[in-house]
Design a protein around this ligand. Sequence first.
Ligand SMILES: C[S@@+](CC[C@H](N)C(=O)[O-])C[C@H]1O[C@@H](n2cnc3c(N)ncnc32)[C@H](O)[C@@H]1O
Length: 209
Amino acid sequence: MIPHYLIKSLSQSFKEGRSVPDSFFDQIYPDEVKKVSITHWTPVEVVQKAMNFFKDSSFQILDVGSGCGKFCHVGSMVSPQHQFSGVEQRPDLTFISQDIATDLNLDNITFINANAFDLNWNDFDLLYFFNPFWENHLSPSQRIDQSLPVKKEEFSHYINTVILKLSQMKLGTQVITYHGFGGKFPSSYECIHFENAGTDQIKIWLKTK
Ligand SMILES: C[S@@+](CC[C@H](N)C(=O)[O-])C[C@H]1O[C@@H](n2cnc3c(N)ncnc32)[C@H](O)[C@@H]1O
């Protein structure tokens, strides 16, 4: 269980728009999740900046490859007007994400344990990518864990599938990237905003045609 004082302190900080160090936020996660945070999970600052861009709207948001759920957990506390969904291939991370959302009393989040490509992305208005397939390029010791047979050769197939799915999205779809998604956006998208955040930039893309 997450201690009550921690939930209260995080809620208050987000409500007041204060910055929250990752080491403080990450206390909500089990040790095995915390220890890979710096490499694999979105920094709090990145979520705060991205959500600030969408503060006057209310969207169905999908985090493609949601890991331990950090993007959705922070996003949901910062911007309760959105509906967050996270799709994650690793069952243990999906269960942890859901348990944490319940502990935090967040009712605008759903986590789905599935291959992201099996979902209809057109059910969402806004997609989020933190370079979800890059793990295929990492050595075993750099990966989240050893539970999956991630393969370098499959990277370009994943990226081509993302590009195809992006090109089939409805007009007006927006996409947030942090460290990109691993490929180039189709020409039907325009980058409408970028700013420095974390160790890279947040970019916001709009499907215009
Ligand atoms: C870099 S982590 C990002 C986690 C989360 N979005 C965040 O920003 O904190 C990428 C995640 O994508 C997941 N992933 C990769 N390929 C996937 C797929 N085809 N379907 C679902 N999840 C996938 C990985 O298991 C990993 O947890």
